[in-house]
Design a protein. Sequence first.
Length: 135
Amino acid sequence: MPQPSTMRAWHPSTPLERGLYQVFRLSLVGSAVTVIGFVGYLCIGIALHVAGVYTPSFPLLSFSDPVFTIQGFLIGGFICLLSGSLTLLILLASVKDANAKFVLFMSLIAFGFGAATVRVTAGPVLSWLAVMGPV
């Protein structure tokens, strides 16, 4: 006969925990959609460029490529949301085992990578939006 687990499953109980959990879930879906679009653009853009079908006026996959920079910016933003909400959830749950410390450490590293991506791509995205002008 199986024994019940001695560890209790964590459930969000306060409004802050529920909100962070919703941010985590939404940013997980958003980052998955954005990464799939980014990889699709890389594969299809390179294949069409090599075939000679797609020859844009800007260098492909550079910071002057608006699709590349906007998708990179979105990926960095979603990584920051995802890892930041996960970090706060781990700290609020106050779990003190080795697995929680590892997740906390990796979340902080991921937040740094996401913030660096946003910082690098923010300038080209803002200049591209400024060129578009008011609608």
